[in-house]
Design a binder for this molecule. Structure first.
Ligand code: PMP
Length: 289
């Protein structure tokens, strides 16, 4: 355990490994809860309002009453960041259904639980000397919205974890999930973009994926930089025809894909990726100055 990790819980900030919740918490028993992963730079959270808006939407989607107001959450986050011993780091904001009985019914849980962890980042990293990460197209398909909408950032990550296990077993770094129609949805913890003939492409949210805050920022930056971009359904074939391919998420920011299954991207020049990556870092520097 990283000794500097802190946790805000029950109005207090304590070392994260001393924080605990009940074994009767439905977040633990049933994955009944929601979360956000946020990143702070220079003690300022990047796109805090967007994360809290998405948290509220996830809460609404599962009929969960947040135990604190958005303003109180902002205050707790601020206290945590101030106490954390590094200016940059990662936050995990979790809301569980709370303590209930062993039955599944959320009505047995009178009060949702909230805790926020501040810790170092733990992201998929690119091994030194490798051109990009290795992506494995998993046989596990992303859950259709009719079963559990991937737009909800819920504590139920088993679908993503099963895909990641497949990737690890294949000796690859990250998994890519297709939806049940066979279209590309997203990585296990990130969204995907490709570039073809200078055009930036990403699947629409309606293809079953989390509407990533990094993804939204990239689409906005592409518009600002005059890079043609489209949200369009993508197939495996499109991935193999791509000139550039990258993943994005709060933790990883932007990460190059060097290989998909046995297809290797051989081109060294990735002009669109490089422009977007630079613009993204400039955006962080501007917003978290
Ligand atoms: N998809 C999934 C399944 C994720 O877990 C994440 C990480 N939150 C993302 C996409 C990227 O979202 P964001 O840019 O908001 O971190």
């Amino acid at each position: 355990m990283n000794p500097q990790a802190l946790c805000w819980i029950n109005q207090q900030i304590i070392p994260a490994d001393e924080a605990s919740i009940s074994v009767y918490d439905h977040g633990l028993l049933y994955g009944d809860g929601i979360f956000e992963g946020l990143r702070f730079y220079q003690r300022k959270v990047f796109r805090l309002d967007s994360h809290l808006r998405r948290l509220q939407q996830s809460a609404d989607a599962i009929a969960l009453q947040l135990p604190m107001t958005i303003e109180q959450m902002k205050q707790a986050i601020q206290e945590l960041i101030t106490r954390y011993d590094q200016p940059d780091g990662y936050l995990r904001l979790v809301i569980t259904r709370g303590r209930g009985t062993l039955g599944i019914d959320p009505q047995s849980c009178p009060q949702a639980e909230c805790f926020i962890i501040a810790d170092r980042l733990n992201v998929i990293h690119q091994p030194p000397g490798q051109r990009g990460i290795k992506l494995w197209i998993a046989s596990t398909r992303r859950l259709p919205a009719q079963c559990l909408n991937p737009r909800i950032k819920s504590l139920n990550y088993l679908n993503n974890i099963l895909a990641r296990i497949e990737a690890s077993q294949a000796g690859m770094d990250e998994a890519l999930l297709l939806n049940t129609q066979g279209f590309v949805s997203e990585g296990s913890v990130d969204n995907i973009f490709i570039v073809r003939d200078g055009v930036l492409l990403t699947p629409p949210v309606s293809d079953g994926l989390l509407q990533g805050i990094t993804r939204d920022s990239i689409l906005q930056l592409a518009d600002d930089c005059g890079i043609e971009n489209r949200q369009t359904s993508l197939t495996e074939y499109d991935l193999y025809q791509a000139d550039e391919c990258f993943l994005c998420g709060t933790g990883a920011e932007l990460i190059r894909v060097g290989q998909i299954n046995r297809h290797i991207f051989t081109d060294d020049r990735w002009p669109v990726f490089e422009r977007i990556e630079q613009a993204f870092h400039d955006l962080i520097a501007r917003e978290c100055a």
